[in-house]
Write a protein that binds this ligand. Sequence first.
Ligand code: FPP
Length: 239
Amino acid sequence: MDITKIPRHVAIIMDGNGRWAKSQGKPRIEGHYQGVASVRTAIQVALDTNIKYLTIYAFSKENWGRPKDEVDGLMELFCKTIALEIPNLYEQGVCVRFLGSRKELNPEVLESIALSERETQNNNRLFLNVALNYSGRAELTEAVKQIVADTEKGLVKLSEIDENTVSSHLYTHGIPDPDLLIRTSGEYRISNFLLWQSAYSEFYFTEKYWPDFTKEEFLKALEHYSTRKRRYGLTDEQK
Ligand code: FPP
């Protein structure tokens, strides 16, 4: 693989936990537990290949509509996993940050988020962003509201508003846009994930369910990425 073409930022829609569980004759939550093992693997691959930013879609705003026992099970899984993984993430130089609205989250989840962000804030080997209670449209709506409020207060002039103004009001402020966006499980949708940030991302889709997304599968995605020509709207000759 051409290591000069390792993406700086990889974002992943981790899909297919439920179908994986069903295929094994297990309850859906087992698929999510197995999904955590794939998250660990993905972090390890990111560390080994010098990917600097890894963003994973753990829970969307729309996911609150799932059956209560699945939502409760996922919240418990997040708390348990975060608590268990903090020492390891800290040791490996991973800086954790959560993207999404904090409003609807329960106190236990909020506490684990705050703890993991606090404990790892000075790390800089890998930036791990966990999208939790995230929605791209809600993120943009919030940004619009804040910018309008700043304009009304006279903090910013209408003529000064540009793309950087918008970017700086998103959960991802300070994080470069994803170079590669992976979705597992054979679905070909963006599902409200990083709508603004993925404007020029390369997309990679695989049929594998997230629990089956192994190190080899991740390396295959990186291999594909290394063959892509990114033109950003220009011609081949211009790039
Ligand atoms: C999508 O599969 C997966 C989720 C909604 C949850 C993903 C969460 C994890 C893998 C745990 C990560 C843990 C931490 C702490 C970050 P699905 O349930 O939509 O699968 P289906 O489409 O087959 O039903």
